[in-house]
Design a protein around this ligand. Sequence first.
Ligand SMILES: Nc1ncnc2c1ncn2[C@@H]1O[C@H](COP(=O)(O)OP(=O)(O)OP(=O)(O)O)[C@@H](O)[C@H]1O
Length: 571
Amino acid sequence: MPFSPQVALSLDLKGLILLRTWSKYASGLIATNIGVSHSRKFLIGGFSLGTFFLFLLSIALSEQLLMNDQDRIQNAIFSEIDVGSLVHFCILRSSGFCLLSPVQSIVILSPINWLFPAVDITRMERYKIIKEVGNGTFGSVWRALNKQSGEVVAIKKMKKKYYSWEECINLREVKSLRKMSHPNIVKLKEVIREHDILYFVFEYMECNLYQLMKDRAKLFSESEVKNWCFQVFQGLAYMHQRGFFHRDLKPENLLVSKDIIKIADFGLAREINSHPPYTEYVSTRWYRAPEVLLQSPTYGSAVDMWAMGAIMAELFSLRPLFPGSSEADEIYKICSVIGSPTVNDWCDGLELASVINYQFPQVTGVHLSALIPSAGEDAIHLIRSLCSWDPSKRPTASEALQHRFFSSCFYVPPSLRSKAAVAKTPPSAGTKVPLEQKTGRRYPGTLSNMRSTNNLTSIKSNAPSHAGVQRKLEMTFQDEHKYPKSSWKQQARYRPPVKNVPAANYMGKTRGVSDTAEKFSNMVIGSGKPSAKSQQPPPMKAGGWHGQSDLFLGRSQEILPGRSLSRKVAG
Ligand SMILES: Nc1ncnc2c1ncn2[C@@H]1O[C@H](COP(=O)(O)OP(=O)(O)OP(=O)(O)O)[C@@H](O)[C@H]1O
């Protein structure tokens, strides 16, 4: 069978890569070099060129048969070049396959192997699972240790099964994250598919913003909030400039390690120039922009800016700004904080509402500084502009970075970031007096609920009857079923978030490493059937059982889903 030089070359290279990978996998570095020297002896042994090609072909074929396809995808995703093998190949080719002695080969190739480790065949074996650190809609996240490098990583084990690599590389999380490298965007290190289970290996972060807030007894200082927001806006500016928007920003998706904050969970990320309408939007309701709530078929990176406004307010007050219990209640909560939109505010929004036959409740709203007394004037101004009804009136991430709220912040180049973190000098240099002395409660209530008494101070100082925060949002029909109209006010309260409590602390139990690792390996994986969450929701009602909404709307009003719009259950 004739071979073109190119085919021969590629087979030769593949064969050597395989040889090296096999031998390395079997017994490490020395075996690799012995493998190379064996191949050299084998070649010197007087085989004809044709036999040599056949030898390479058999190796290449067995590579196809034996080599796990994740290696190929790994190379495709991360453009990893097995440099060691390449050098093996070049040396062998240029030297006519016979110049290097085994000793020379060890001396030359060992540093190369050390510098550029080969791709291993079984990847998950390299990690020791330590404990569960998060459980989201799409996967559970585990802290793990890379046994080879000693590095601590976070492994996201996807709940859905993936039967081919094609499915995996088309995942948004992969498509978007592989294109992004920024100090404020969590780094995807590796993608592994084993036994039809997909694992994402991320850099490990200590906790998420929500975890920081929920256990907080004191308010954060303005400089802390400023520092985090400044970094998140930098990550967003980078992402938006590269044509992606996140679509599911929330405190749980902002991960913190020391003073560094990073955007995580790109499961919903969209390319800005991808084609609307977007049909499967499932972002968390409390941070969902009004254009999405009103089922706009076109929306863009401004949805991330809205979410940031809500998150900023929450960081200052430790309470969610718009904690709607359904989509209609979400719009009501927004109206009750920023006031109902007028034609001047958001002409397109009124049109969107009329398309779905929705009437905004007529509410005047409140001054944000009354709701967020710990925020300074600049912060209030930024939050207000981020939470503008009209997406085109919200600042972009780059514009937000120029806002006077960040005037004391300076940009720290990525190369200096770690030093800055270690030295505890975050990229903000806020000079305002910390507000930590003010006592904050643990999610004592909601800002828009508090508004009804018009006395923030007294509400803050009065212990709420329901401590904790309900971040698990129910679907409308579930809410209605669980909480009848009459008892909604008592029932729709915050609850401690169960899903994000680390396994080690959950219900007071402490699990050992091996215990958790066993649980991890024995875990039953979902069949990929659509869950209740992704089913078509029933028409939602504005007013009805939604407590206060009744007063303003005066009648029950339905928002008919014009398209499939499922609501995500916040973890
Ligand atoms: N790199 C990481 N380091 C540490 N913890 C992480 C990391 N990535 C995720 N987590 C934790 O796991 C939780 C869930 O992760 P993630 O949001 O990626 O999963 P998900 O299934 O997409 O969740 P969601 O329901 O928000 O869509 C996060 O809130 C966070 O607490």
